[in-house]
Design a protein around this ligand. Structure first.
Ligand code: DLL
Length: 432
């Protein structure tokens, strides 16, 4: 089902028209209400009247995560606090969290885009949706919650963690759709196996997975272990939360709700837009938000855009699965390394689990990369020779893919920390 056919199947001309009208309003709103962004526009000699359509988007200055931090907590809000009905925040890795505020209209818009996303994923009114994203300041839980209610499906608001109970409720309530991070989905599959519960004894048919990067291999693993269709959902708190984009049942890119969030792809070095279809950093401008409208927000996520009409009938532009972030990309001895590449190698090997931790140290002037890898139970042996052979095999496979050496250490199954939220795959101890 397509939730809002008029918008989701609009022609490019219609979409550009809607975007341009709302962009003009948003630029005015921001210029008049957010002093820090006004100052950036003034620096460039720009007045709101200079922005006449989406064609002019690239004239505008960027917004960075640091702008939100510098204006902590509410300095980027464009309405009085009496209009704000909810706040969320994202913790980030360092410093103060970034805080976002929603007006009543914003919450309605957010519910609408999440509902569209769920329909894209093939969820319908009769589904029972277990929401195992964290509820709280994180946008995952409440974001999915209101979108699911708006669709009319049944919500189980269990939040993250308490894995055995999650599985028990799946059994007892007949959960048909699970929403959580992909790494938590894999963890649940592991616990299910331990509990002796076969996936076909459950009613699960769909999974709405996002909030962290995951590979196509990981998708296949989750789909086969949980016997469901795994759908990728994307979003970030600064833009709205989950529902910025989502895959449809074709699993061929995530449709961006571009009547609300206009995407651009830029070269993260030159900051210039890249030619259509090329890989680069994703930038968003929100054009309907009231609480905290944001122009040209640099997501640091790397992807490309596809403007072709999808076989599902939607014309909303699609973004490819994010291959990583321009800033979690590790540069090790001059080589760009994405944690997702390592994950892919491990998933291709039958002896290993996709649970790993990458520890980067600097010894003298040299970067050293240590990789802890969990070995599958049946391959974990007392024979040093066997383990050493396996270690060498993993090392060779990783080196073959990344082009740099890595010090692999095998660890016992289930020893790398699991979380119900975003997994922490990389520990970078270098002081650069
Ligand atoms: O993670 C919102 C969300 C919740 C999305 C639930 C999907 C499901 P933040 O905590 O602000 O918001 O983190 C945003 O997470 O810039 C990406 O780097 C990453 N991310 C989110 N979804 C995906 C995805 C939520 N599907 C940051 N694939 C983003 C890859 C993702 N990365």
């Amino acid at each position: 089902m397509i939730w809002n056919e008029k918008i989701e199947c609009a022609s490019r001309d219609e979409m550009t028209h809607i975007q341009s009208e709302n962009l003009i309003k948003t630029v005015k709103r921001i210029y008049h209400n957010i002093p820090s962004y006004r100052a950036k526009m003034q620096e460039k000699g720009l007045l709101p009247g200079d922005i006449k359509s989406v064609e002019d988007l690239s004239k505008l200055p960027f917004t960075n995560k640091s702008d939100l931090r510098d204006n902590y907590p509410f300095g980027m809000f464009s309405v009085p606090m009496s209009e704000i009905v909810r706040v969320h925040a994202s913790s980030g890795t360092t410093g103060k969290p970034t805080v976002v505020g929603y007006t009543r209209n914003d919450l309605q818009m957010w519910a609408e885009v999440v509902t569209r996303a769920l329909c894209m994923a093939g969820v319908h009114k009769n589904d029972i949706v277990q929401i195992a994203y964290g509820y709280g300041l994180f946008t995952g839980g409440l974001g999915l919650h209101y979108g699911t209610e708006n669709l009319g499906a049944t919500v189980i608001p269990i939040s993250g963690g308490n894995t055995k109970k999650q599985i028990q409720l799946m059994q007892d309530f007949g959960t048909s759709v699970i929403a959580c991070t992909p790494s938590y989905a894999l963890f649940m599959a592991e616990i299910m196996e331990e509990m002796g519960i076969a996936p076909d004894s459950l009613n699960l048919r769909g999974g709405i997975f996002g909030a962290e990067p995951w590979s196509e291999n990981m998708r296949r693993e989750i789909e086969s272990k949980l016997e469901l269709k795994a759908i990728d959902i994307y979003g970030l708190s600064e833009v709205v939360g989950p529902g910025v984009s989502c895959e449809c049942e074709q699993q061929a890119g995530m449709h961006v709700n571009e009547d609300h969030f206009i995407p651009e792809i830029i070269d993260p070095e030159t900051l210039e837009p890249v030619p259509k279809g090329e890989l680069g950093e994703l930038v968003f401008s929100t054009v309907t938000k009231e609480g905290i409208p944001i122009l040209r927000y640099r997501t640091r996520d790397l992807t490309r855009l596809n403007y072709q009409k999808c076989t599902c009938g939607r014309t909303l532009v699609r973004m490819e699965k994010c291959t990583g972030r321009s800033d979690d990309m590790l540069i090790i001895r001059g080589v760009n390394v994405f944690p997702s590449q390592i994950e892919s190698v491990l998933l291709e090997m039958s002896e290993t689990e996709p649970h790993y931790q990458l520890i980067v140290e600097r010894e003298g002037t040299l970067d050293v990369m240590k990789l802890l890898v969990e070995v599958q139970e049946q391959f974990f042996s007392d024979e040093i020779r066997e383990l050493e052979a396996l270690r060498k095999k993993i090392t060779a496979n990783i080196q073959g893919t990344l082009g740099i050496s890595v010090d692999v250490k095998l660890v016992e199954p289930k020893t790398i920390e699991r979380t119900s939220g975003k997994s922490k795959r990389v520990i970078d101890n270098r002081k650069i």
